[in-house]
Ligand binder design. Sequence first.
Ligand code: HEC
Ligand code: HEC
Ligand code: HEC
Ligand code: HEC
Ligand code: HEC
Length: 240
Amino acid sequence: MRSQILAALSIMALIATGLTLGLVGGESHADEPAAEESSSFDIRDLIPAGPSGHDPSKDALFPLQPYALIPALEGQVAYGEVESAPDLEQPIAYSHKLHAGELQIACEYCHSGARRSIHAGVPETGTCMNCHKVIPTKDRPELQKLVEYHSSGKPIPWKKVHDLPDFVYFSHKRHVRGGVKCQECHGEIQDEMTVAKRVNTLQMGWCLDCHRDHPKVDENYGASAELRRAELKDCLTCHK
Ligand code: HEC
Ligand code: HEC
Ligand code: HEC
Ligand code: HEC
Ligand code: HEC
């Protein structure tokens, strides 16, 4: 009985060794140096690059990129490299340059959540109609679309320009009340943009760089600024 078990175990061990060799062997190519063969099998090779396009094997912090595990969301997660971000076609050719620039409508008139919640929010059609109910729409297809959305009762399906992964905690309220200006994170949107474009990566390094030196931390916390700075780089501040 005992010898049978031992025999079975050694057969299993042989099979396991064979499998391991088979896997390593399967990855190798005839024209590659032999030394690379043993290190060529890396779980990270199996993970596709995320929307930011960076090579996951270069990411020292984290071998698995969470968005790679949810392929359905790929391309919707709007953060990462700015250059490779797609130009979004929005349902209405709304212009920040006209409304926030020339007409000088305050950002918070439309993005009214910024001071009191996590999300700045995108305005309801009703906010647009406060003015547009009296602006003529004749020969202006973009305004006709606006009126159609309004009378249909359906929200305008604006596409997201910024979208952090869900494992990050970010709050507009904290920043806006702390005196950080919209433009520091979103660019001179009122001078330069029709529909919004993302001008920063929203990556961890970007957050940490600003948390390290922002003058508002000294202004708001005086003698305890150093303590606050330590808090602002604590992992749990942004990863709850
Ligand atoms: C505070 C007033 C006000 C609000 C609020 C407002 N607009 Fe306007 N909008 C204007 C004015 C004024 C014009 C310029 C009208 C003109 O040229 O005669 C304009 C022009 C436009 C145009 C350009 C029309 C064209 O073809 O030239 C679009 C599109 C537009 N608005 C969409 C919107 C949308 C979408 C919203 C809501 C997110 C909005 N507006 C909110 C005042 C406003
Ligand atoms: C410290 C940087 C920072 C500041 C300051 C800031 N934002 Fe944002 N904003 C972000 C980030 C990061 C996101 C993405 C948030 C997410 O996906 O959860 C975002 C998202 C948004 C969105 C998309 C909808 C939403 O709420 O998620 C709007 C609109 C917006 N910001 C407007 C504003 C306005 C208006 C101001 C100023 C009153 C402002 N932001 C100030 C960083 C900032
Ligand atoms: C342009 C500068 C700037 C950028 C960029 C920035 N922050 Fe901040 N953040 C600040 C400042 C300044 C404070 C402190 C405000 C205060 O308390 O007065 C702060 C505070 C916070 C707080 C509140 C912490 C607490 O304990 O209340 C969180 C959370 C936070 N930031 C997350 C983020 C994340 C996540 C990002 C990147 C997506 C980011 N921030 C990017 C300047 C910035
Ligand atoms: C009249 C209303 C209005 C005003 C005023 C306005 N916005 Fe917007 N904002 C919009 C609308 C509508 C969108 C959605 C279309 C787009 O992405 O451009 C938007 C989108 C954005 C986004 C991108 C949201 C996303 O999807 O991530 C940011 C950031 C933003 N606005 C910042 C600002 C800032 C900063 C100001 C002030 C300088 C401002 N807005 C003034 C109506 C407005
Ligand atoms: C000021 C906010 C902030 C702080 C503090 C912070 N992070 Fe992050 N972290 C982020 C943001 C934003 C992202 C998502 C964007 C990205 O991938 O860079 C992120 C992503 C990550 C990821 C996933 C990386 C990837 O490639 O998907 C890991 C792991 C991580 N953080 C670990 C940490 C650890 C450990 C600490 C403490 C030493 C920390 N973070 C502190 C904001 C922060």
